[in-house]
Design a protein around this ligand. Structure first.
Ligand SMILES: Cc1cc2nc3c(=O)[nH]c(=O)nc-3n(C[C@H](O)[C@H](O)[C@H](O)COP(=O)(O)OP(=O)(O)OC[C@H]3O[C@@H](n4cnc5c(N)ncnc54)[C@H](O)[C@@H]3O)c2cc1C
Length: 385
């Protein structure tokens, strides 16, 4: 059988691609055959992630807010001895467990006739005239189009372009899940996500605390090149912070570490390449996470939506080169954002520049970017108005 579309990866980018390729194709009167392949048996279960999804991200799929562990109304930003609170007075984001997000998205696919191969790792990909061959550990599948949604260490990307991400553009992060009393989390964190900047907390990156229902996620991320150069052990650094920083000790005391995890996120200045023949890259595989915040769920959902729309057009006969439109739209939407975000990282988070002060105006700009309330340019402009 030749599938219309094979999607490699059942993260937010892959599942969004599946939902929207069917949704838009159906609107054009065509029902595409879709196969999703993921190496994990349970999508999202072991994906290290803070789980903060911006409200804009929620809107892409119209996700049910009740599935979120906690709805977020604002952010608290700490920098050296200063603390700033930005309360937006309304829901601006939600903290969700990744397996729940995956479950909700898979549920949306329930009513469509989609084939799903879980526990299957894609090993190779080959192009044959107007078909693409996708090889897993135990099978070979054929499709007219393929969407690579296989994350930051995308196998497909490596096969086509080699290892094209340098240590400067790869963010590493470690995270502890700290179990706490529900009431304690309510009273200490409420509906705010916490961010810590400055050398005292997070040399070259930032530390976060995202409250969920009965645990908080306490993490630290920074570019790999800085971490290696300065010999930082991310996990030990987090534990040291709890011991040595009084304000963190107070907030996290009596908590039990129930999970330790670490992973990577792309922090690149450029996006893509996004299209290779009959193949589209989405989400982290397309380097779409924000290099300043590491936030990538929103762009994963959006790129999946645009890829789905593009392939619905291709399948309904838009002809040769139809995939190129995907590249144009995504770059138009995110190119400037990506550049400006990376510029801010290079200006403010580089070692010699860490002494740049965060004042109220800069905090407001940062709060808008962190919560995706505005794009980076709008956030900067609104900070000056
Ligand atoms: C510690 C940490 C905290 C983060 N916190 C946040 C946050 O709070 N909010 C936010 O917006 N972003 C956050 N991010 C970033 C976010 O997790 C990613 O940007 C997002 O998951 C990208 O989605 P994706 O679908 O592109 O990739 P992924 O979620 O990585 O999904 C890729 C999928 O592909 C599958 N796969 C990979 N290789 C293969 C293969 N060869 N064959 C078959 N399947 C394969 C994987 O199993 C996985 O299911 C965080 C990242 C880290 C590391």
């Amino acid at each position: 059988m030749v599938y219309d579309i094979i999607i490699v990866g059942a993260g937010p980018a892959g599942l969004s691609s599946a939902i929207f390729s069917i949704y838009f194709s159906k609107k054009l009167g065509y029902y595409p055959s879709v196969l999703i392949i993921d190496k994990d048996e349970v999508p999202g279960l072991y994906k290290p992630c803070g789980g903060m999804v911006s409200f804009e991200g929620l809107k892409v799929l119209g996700l049910d807010k009740r599935a979120f562990d906690r709805l977020i109304y604002g952010v608290k930003i700490f920098y050296r001895s200063y603390g700033f609170s930005v309360d937006f007075g309304d829901v601006i984001a939600g903290n969700i467990r990744r397996e729940i997000l995956a479950k909700m998205m898979l549920k949306l696919l329930d009513k469509f006739n989609v084939d799903i191969e879980l526990g299957s790792r894609v090993r190779n990909i080959k192009f044959e005239n107007d078909k693409v061959l996708v090889k897993t550990n135990n099978n070979v599948f054929k499709a007219k189009y393929v969407i690579a949604a296989d994350g930051v260490f995308s196998t497909i990307r490596r096969i086509i372009y080699g290892n094209d991400i340098s240590d400067d553009y790869l963010g590493l992060a470690a995270q502890l899940w700290i179990e706490m009393d529900h009431e304690h989390i309510d009273s200490i964190f409420g509906n705010f996500n916490y961010f810590y900047y400055g050398v005292e907390y997070a040399p070259f990156g930032y530390v976060w605390i995202f409250p969920h229902k009965d645990f908080v996620k306490f993490g630290y991320g920074a570019p790999k090149s800085y971490i290696i150069r300065h010999g930082i052990n991310l996990e030990k650094h987090l534990e040291k912070l709890i011991k040595c920083r009084t304000n963190l000790r107070k907030r996290l005391k009596n908590g039990n570490i129930i999970r330790r995890e670490g992973f990577a996120v792309p922090l690149t200045r450029t996006i893509g390449p996004l299209v290779y023949r009959r193949l589209l890259f989405v989400g982290d595989a397309a380097r779409l996470a924000n290099p300043l915040t590491g936030e990538g769920i929103h762009t994963a959902l959006m790129s999946g939506k645009i890829a789905g729309w593009t392939l619905s057009k291709c399948l309904s006969g838009s002809g040769k080169g139809c995939t190129k439109i995907y590249e144009r739209i995504v770059k138009q939407m995110y190119w400037l954002n990506q550049r400006l975000s990376r510029l801010i990282v290079d200006m403010y988070l580089r070692p010699r520049k860490t002494r740049v002060k965060l004042d109220k105006r800069r905090v407001k700009i940062l709060a808008n970017i962190l919560t995706h309330r505005k794009n980076v340019l709008e956030s900067i402009l609104s900070g000056y108005s």
